[in-house]
Write a protein that binds this ligand. Structure first.
Ligand SMILES: CC(C)(COP(=O)(O)OP(=O)(O)OC[C@H]1O[C@@H](n2cnc3c(N)ncnc32)[C@H](O)[C@@H]1OP(=O)(O)O)[C@@H](O)C(=O)NCCC(=O)NCCS
Length: 291
């Protein structure tokens, strides 16, 4: 008797990402070693749009999402194909459908090493490296620089107060996303006089908490806006995704967070990152998928 059998290849159909049970998406991301919980997928499905690749009996083999910010820009994320079906064209096929849905929008994404060649071949160009800092937060944070201004907690009802500052840092109004993120987050602002000059959010995600977005005009402000959350997470797992290398990165290391992975910020269309000295900047990402 023959000890192996070659199965017929099967067809995958693209469906709206909201048409499948969240447990199937969770299984997909677990399969590639990602930390997303079902709750994280739920939030991302509320924030954006996307597709899944489903076989004839409803099994999910792939996903791709996009997050519109205004009419002319979107970020792409949650691009996954299950290991059994990788390197057979599914990733490219999913991306082509996302392009069709995004229309003329300028696009940005954070590419893993595995996906880099695919995105280059689809016309994306490299802009920066994102360092994923994570770990159990030190019991005692390092000494902080002098605080210039006052830190305040911001209630969910007033979250639109950070929109104007965020738009200057991010480059596009992402007020809808910020309101969603803030629902389950603790939000902190830094004020000088009457003006909000920085803010940060901290929410549960994956294995613990993520501090992000973090928006500030200088390293000292960004350190305070991060420390205000990390001090409550002593000994617990936290993550910060940043493109920074200087004092801010040193502060993260001294808080016992270490780089576990890097991804590459890429864009297609207009350049995405446009940091100007003294202007507010994104020190901490909201997440890989939403940037
Ligand atoms: C990245 C990923 C989505 C690619 O999906 P896929 O279904 O394998 O993609 P495709 O089969 O369409 O391959 C796309 C290109 O990448 C190349 N490729 C695929 N897997 C590769 C690998 N492990 N190493 C190097 N190149 C690879 C293929 O050769 C192909 O190039 P070609 O069309 O010129 O031959 C998939 O590997 C994956 O889910 N990885 C884990 C999750 C992840 O990193 N997602 C990306 C988030 S930004």
């Amino acid at each position: 008797m023959q000890k192996s059998v070659r199965l017929k290849s099967f067809e995958l159909i693209a469906q709206d990402i909201n048409s499948v049970d969240v447990s199937l998406l969770h299984a997909l991301s677990i399969g590639v070693g990602w930390p997303h919980r079902p709750k994280d997928w739920d939030m991302l499905r509320r924030a954006g749009r996307g597709i899944v690749a489903v076989d004839g009996i409803g099994r999910v083999f792939g996903s791709a999402m996009w997050f519109p910010h205004g009419d002319d820009f979107a970020t792409i994320g949650l691009v996954i194909t299950s290991p059994r079906t990788q390197a057979q064209g599914t990733g490219r096929w999913l991306m082509e459908q996302v392009f069709e849905q995004c229309g003329d929008r300028d696009l940005s994404l954070n590419s893993t090493h595995a996906a880099y060649r695919l995105y280059v071949s689809l016309g994306f160009t490299k802009e920066a490296i994102v360092y994923q800092y994570q770990g159990d937060v030190a019991p005692k944070l390092p000494p902080l620089p002098e605080l210039n201004g006052q830190l305040h907690e911001l209630s969910n009802d007033n979250v639109e107060e950070i929109n104007a500052l965020d738009t200057r840092a991010f480059g596009t109004d992402r007020g809808k996303l910020l309101a969603l993120l803030a629902e389950g987050a603790s939000v902190c602002t830094l004020r000088r006089g009457d003006e909000i000059v920085g803010y940060s959010m901290c929410r549960e995600f994956g294995r613990g908490h993520v501090v992000g977005p973090i928006v500030a005009s200088n390293d000292q402000d960004a350190i305070h806006l991060t420390a205000v959350h990390l001090k409550d997470l002593a000994g617990r797992f936290a993550r910060v995704d940043t493109r920074e290398k200087g004092l801010f990165a040193e502060f993260l290391q001294q808080s016992r967070l270490a780089v576990s992975e890097t991804v590459t910020t890429m864009s297609k269309g207009r350049r995405f990152l446009n940091r100007k000295n003294g202007e507010p900047a994104v020190y901490g990402l909201a997440g890989h998928a939403v940037s």
